[in-house]
Design a protein around this ligand. Sequence first.
Ligand SMILES: O=P(O)(O)OC[C@H]1O[C@H](O)[C@H](O)[C@@H](O)[C@@H]1O
Length: 300
Amino acid sequence: MTTPEEIPGVRVGTVAGLDALIVETPQSTAAISLFGGQVISFVPAGGGPDVLWLSPHLADPPTPLRGGTPVCWPYFARDGQPDDVPSHGYARTATWVLTDGRRTGRGVELDLEPSGLDDLDLRLRMTLRIGDTLEHGLHTHNPGTAPATITEALHNYFRVADVTRVRVRGLDTLTYLDKFDHSNPHVQHGDWALPEEPARSDRLYPDAPGTYHLIDPGLDREIQVSVRDGRTAVVWNPGADVAAGMADVGSSWREFVCVEAANAGPDVVVVPPGATHSMWQSISVHGITDGEGGPTVVPS
Ligand SMILES: O=P(O)(O)OC[C@H]1O[C@H](O)[C@H](O)[C@@H](O)[C@@H]1O
């Protein structure tokens, strides 16, 4: 077990009223809430608005935190579960502990585990590499003797200037399941943009390629999400009407869009006995140079 004080650049503090690990290195700053094991802030060097959105009206634990990167595990939504289980599983309301960590030439690397989930048949571990980019690994180990199935997500809430004016590149031609239309399949044409009427999105893109660009002209930046071994992309924003019924969103619905790295819906993961499955995402921030080409890295 490593204590935060043993890792240069890491300390324990309070962020938005939450007990958190605070990371400050020349490459970036970040905060991880111990409730939920949730990254709630990531700001690469050079400043700028936080990459992640955190609700200004957080409910008190044990209500899950709305914002940052909730860890949905061992199932996404209520995939394959009875109706009475908590949405998105147990990890996002667990208290997490730091098990190991180190300063590296590229920033800080932390290992965390949720506590209180010993009754489950599976074990979860998370790696965070916080530097110029934010790399996030979820590792599911099956210590049993029979195969186990999971679904999962890193449910990123990205801060944007106005969700009605952003787009997500990397989904063109994919078939998506529209949860606002009874999960019926539709085909994505071009970049994702919030539909005009009704202005909301709850789309699951199975078998997605794994690289997505969130293009935000209002903040003059592109956020690139690169996913390994997460076959599903989810793009969610509740829109004004649904948000009005959510105390932790309300009128703030324009300030974020969730672009989630997942294995969800039909993309179920089978973890063989004794095996470990890992899903990774890497988040990086770039400037917008033109409307069509690839992003240009902002010099730090
Ligand atoms: O309200 P929560 O349980 O945090 O879920 C928030 C959202 O998460 C995902 O994006 C799901 O696809 C949505 O259907 C759900 O509404």
